[in-house]
Design a protein around this ligand. Structure first.
Ligand SMILES: Nc1ncnc2c1ncn2[C@@H]1O[C@H](COP(=O)(O)OP(=O)(O)O)[C@@H](O)[C@H]1O
Ligand SMILES: [Mg+2]
Length: 257
């Protein structure tokens, strides 16, 4: 049975695409056949994040009825399958995303998980991405404006009859001004299923056009994405996060255990 999970946020730039590709790679790490779909048709960037070359057949062609969705699936070197969207303005203009859900059902039985990376906001594209998923993952930063938008998104998803699986907090920092997990859970009335810290490795992986789960497997972000994948798969997972130089020094000096 194929699980369809939509990553959505409300606010833009919170880390949806980063989460879609890294969670996808983490599912692959746990042996799950995973397909990440770039359903952000107006500003697609899964392919850009991963350095997928301009491919002959993409999601737009499937939405236009020119090709079957299975023809738009590309294998990333880490083993995760990717369905990129067309990046040209003409392709976008000629595409009616209204049949997204039906087109994506064409992947049924070909893969264990379909992760749908959505556009921000609550416009038509985002609504179609919500409609195309069976489970909704809310991606947000732990800041009030992002949480307010996340709340709206949850309400809309639930009005559409969707199950909101939980909230993924991204770019968390131990800073004043960030809301606590407990407060966020109370405000959104949803469980925080993953916390991805602000991590320089994400930017380094982006420069390498790759996923942090493979480029920096012991980084805080990679381990957090693997923990999130394990939680969504109902599996146990415990991996040591690589220690910073300072912590290593303290340990050497026997100042920490
Ligand atoms: N945990 C993180 N640590 C540092 N930078 C991050 C993290 N998550 C995302 N980013 C950066 O934030 C920016 C926006 O992320 P992106 O995934 O494109 O957001 P969205 O898809 O929601 O618009 C990107 O430059 C990305 O590299
Ligand atoms: Mg994005």
């Amino acid at each position: 049975m194929t699980r369809y999970i939509t990553c959505i946020s409300g606010k833009g730039g919170v880390g949806k695409s980063t989460t879609s590709i890294n969670l996808g790679a983490a599912f692959t790490y746990f042996g799950k056949d995973t397909t990440v779909v770039d359903a952000n048709l107006t500003t697609p960037n899964v392919g850009v994040h991963l350095g997928v070359p301009i491919v002959p057949i993409n999601l737009n062609h499937a939405l236009q009825g020119k090709n079957h969705i299975s023809e738009a699936v590309y294998l990333h070197p880490v083993g995760t399958k990717i369905v990129p969207a067309g990046i040209s303005i003409n392709e976008m203009k000629n595409t009616n995303p209204g049949n997204l859900r039906r087109v994506l059902r064409g992947l049924l039985g070909t893969t264990d998980l379909v992760l749908i990376d959505s556009a921000a906001g609550l416009g038509r594209e985002a609504l179609l991405a919500i409609e195309s998923g069976d489970e909704i993952l809310i991606v947000t930063n732990p800041e009030l404006p992002a949480i307010t938008d996340a709340l709206k998104t949850i309400k809309v998803a639930e009005e559409l009859g969707k199950k909101v699986t939980g909230v993924v907090l991204t770019r968390t920092k131990e800073e004043r001004g960030d809301l606590s997990v407990k407060n966020i859970e109370i405000m959104l009335d949803k469980k925080v299923v993953g916390e991805i810290p602000e991590d320089e490795s994400i930017r380094e992986a982006l420069i390498m056009k790759d996923v942090v789960v493979y480029t920096h497997p012991k980084s805080n972000a990679a381990v957090s994405y693997k923990k999130l994948a394990a939680a969504l798969l109902n599996r146990e997972y415990e991996e040591e996060i690589e220690e910073g130089t300072f912590k290593k020094l303290l340990r050497k000096l026997k100042l920490v255990r």
